[in-house]
Design a protein around this ligand. Structure first.
Ligand code: IVH
Length: 677
């Protein structure tokens, strides 16, 4: 016999867990740490195991994954699941609006449109009967799909029971199931670590996760659901506007898109499209366009639908981020540290809004994983301003004369030996500054804006100077002769004067810039700043032992080792001497101990996209004020700066009750502390 107390406790635990789930997944606002959720879940599992009559299908314990199926049952959609017509530019949108107005018998007018991101996932239908999730199904061909109830139950943002009241007794909710970008990266890291083939993109990963016959596998995938409409509705009443219905869905515990907006007229739709195009990369999930819907249901009904798509909605697509093209050749580039990167030369293809003819292949492991050959048709992805990459090979299109890609055994530039370090996927040329490619890259880095900032010393000019034998190392820059520069292609007397003036100006620099400019492996701007602040002058830095270097913020054994190797290398130190003899100078810094600085003793975390300063600048500013900047959130974190796209770090900080500030608040703090930005 189940005691009344036990039954009441079970009920209370279920309600509590549902509330936590709702706060976390629908409101994006968790109120308790994960550990508290787990405690309640374990207690509920214990009680349910003690007496099976306490178990119910909508219990939060039933998400973990039931036993595997042999196949999916087919289900028919009483109300067909339609698709959408596409628009590719604003002209298509104007046409769409004109067709609607003329059908509605109006010459002109400003219709209310609901604007929503078009999530790039899998369309799914959820059927709630008396508020309890009865069935989850895929769209299939729109008329019948597959019953994936077991799998959708494992998704935390799919409520097993609706909250509140007033929902129709039969309510079919439709939406998209997708993998957030971060979940996708995590899944692929796990796949790589297990030696498995990673997924090509978040959409494929979501589809693969939903197609699992064993729901316990689905349960391990960080899927989310976002709802965008209703299907079958029996009984009850729904509001008159699309967005009001979605608002109701949110009240009933379903997740909807927070970017949704209502606008008046087609021009405002264009403005919404443009504003989301800018935000696109910072969103935590992939979208492939914007869906615009006539907001008033009575008008939707009057407009009806044609051949599987409604007349009252349209999807304006963003330029495709993936395209197919031919892999014409593979060339090997040698970087500043000798790392050899295979670069795919492609038949030019328009993707992600630009024409792409090169893409990185990263390293030899990546080539092996892709199984790519020269002549293959490959899929290229270019998302936002990210470097284009080859994501997969269309093996079915492989030509008979496809050639294997052979990784060079010697440096393709200087013919030095090539070495692959243990635990590294990268081959490196051992030529050092003998290698023209490494020399060119080192000079480019030295001259770059954030290093010595030598205006007018572009890539082409560096190539010429090295190829003509005029420049052996960065020190040689300051002994370049006017006459030899004038002999170079495209160098008139004005450009030569400008370059010489820029070189002269660059001699007055700062210690952090100088350290950064040397291009020591793993020593970026933030590390250079830490070193400069810690030692105050060059001599003290060069004299520091490995254990002294390890005392500097953020410096571990690997960086300390690279630094020592640089300072112990005769060639490197000769270059430094040359530079100082040429007149390079900087003021020494007061050796700073964090004590007494405004943020001394605090540990900060910076996450998400910072619009105006970028994460590395934010980090450097915080460190200059005495804060430690850590890579992950823990109970010791003092504050977190979160920009758009912040994910698990932000969630964890909120759970732990750590203060979160945005970029504007950080800028205000830096201004208050007199940091010049
Ligand atoms: S509305 C009749 N809204 O796009 C309305 N669809 O090409 C049909 N999709 O199969 C769908 N985000 O999987 C709608 N906010 C959104 C959407 C969306 C993504 C997908 C959906 C549908 C496909 C249509």
């Amino acid at each position: 016999m189940v005691s009344r107390e036990m039954a009441l406790e079970v009920e209370a635990l279920r309600e509590q867990l549902e509330e936590y789930n709702y706060q976390y997944h629908v409101l994006d606002d968790p109120s308790v740490p994960d550990a508290e959720y787990d405690r309640c879940l374990r207690r509920l599992l214990t009680l349910e195991a003690a007496d099976s009559s306490l178990l119910r299908a909508d219990s939060p314990t039933q998400r973990v994954g039931a036993s595997p199926l042999s196949h999916f049952q087919s289900v028919s959609h009483e109300v067909p699941m339609l698709s959408l017509e596409n628009a590719f530019d604003n002209q298509d949108m104007v046409e769409f609006n004109r067709r609607i107005l003329s059908r509605l018998g109006e010459e002109a007018g400003s219709l209310e449109y609901a604007c929503e991101p078009k999530l790039d996932g899998i369309a799914v239908s959820l059927l709630y009967v008396d508020g309890v999730l009865e069935r989850g199904a895929t769209r299939g061909d729109g008329r019948s799909g597959e019953d994936i109830s077991q799998n959708v139950r494992t998704i935390p943002s799919v409520p097993l029971r609706l909250r509140g009241s007033g929902f129709p007794p039969v309510l079919e909710v439709r939406g998209e199931i997708y993998l957030p970008k971060e979940g996708f990266e995590r899944l692929n890291e796990l796949a790589r670590a297990a030696g498995e083939k990673p997924f090509v993109n978040p959409r494929n990963a979501a589809a693969g996760s939903l197609r699992q016959l064993d729901p316990r596998v689905t349960a391990t995938r960080p899927l989310e659901m976002c709802c965008y409409s209703v299907g079958l509705v029996k009984g009850g009443e729904l509001p008159e506007r699309h967005v009001e219905i979605l608002q109701k869905l949110k009240e009933w515990g379903l997740r909807i898109n927070s970017q949704m907006q209502v606008v008046n007229g087609i021009e405002a739709c264009d403005a919404y499209y443009e504003s989301l195009a800018v935000k696109r990369d910072a969103l935590p999930y992939d979208i492939d366009g914007i869906v615009f819907k006539v907001n008033i249901l009575a008008l939707q009904e009057r407009l009806g639908w044609v051949s599987r798509a409604p007349r009252w909605a349209i999807a304006r697509k963003f330029p495709a981020q993936e395209e197919m093209t031919e892999l014409v050749n593979v060339e090997f580039q040698v970087g500043r540290t000798g790392a050899i990167t295979p670069v795919a030369r492609l038949k030019p293809v328009f993707v992600g809004g630009v024409t792409v003819s090169n893409a990185t292949l990263h390293n030899s492991d990546e080539i092996e994983r892709l199984g790519a050959c020269i002549g293959d048709t490959v899929v290229i992805r270019r998302a936002g301003d990210v470097i284009p990459k080859v994501v997969s090979v269309v093996t079915s299109k492989r030509p008979g004369d496809a050639e294997a890609i052979i990784f060079p055994r010697r440096c393709p530039v200087c013919n030095s030996e090539v070495e692959r370090e243990a635990d590294e996927a990268i081959y490196r040329c051992l030529g050092g500054l003998v290698c023209a490619a490494q020399r060119k890259a080192a000079i480019r880095h030295f001259a770059s804006r954030r290093a010595m900032d030598i205006e007018g010393l572009g890539d082409k000019l560096v190539d010429q100077l090295v190829d003509e034998g005029l420049l052996e190392s960065v020190a040689g820059l300051y002994t370049l002769k006017r006459e030899s520069l004038l002999d170079l292609e495209r160098m008139g007397s004005k450009s030569v004067d400008n370059l010489l003036a820029a070189l002269e100006r660059s001699k007055h620099t700062t210690l952090p810039r100088f350290i950064f400019a040397l291009g020591i492996r793993e020593v970026g701007e933030a590390t250079a700043l830490n070193l400069a602040n810690h030692f105050g002058n060059w001599e003290a830095l060069v004299a520091a032992s490995e254990s002294e270097l390890l005392k500097v913020d953020d410096i571990g054994p690997i960086v300390a080792d690279h630094l020592r190797q640089f300072f112990d290398s005769r060639t490197s130190m000769d270059v430094v001497t040359g530079l100082r003899e040429a007149g390079l100078q900087w003021p020494n810094l007061a050796v700073q101990s964090a004590e007494g600085l405004p943020l001394a003793g605090q540990t900060w975390v910076v996450t998400g996209k910072l619009e105006s300063m970028g994460r590395s600048d934010a980090k450097a500013h915080l460190q200059a004020l005495g804060a430690k900047v850590a890579g992950s959130v823990s109970a010791n974190t003092s504050k977190i700066v979160a920009g758009p796209g912040a994910g698990s770090k932000l969630a964890r900080a909120t759970q732990l009750g750590i203060e979160v500030i945005d970029e504007a608040a950080l800028i205000a703090l830096l201004n208050r502390e007199g940091v010049s930005l």
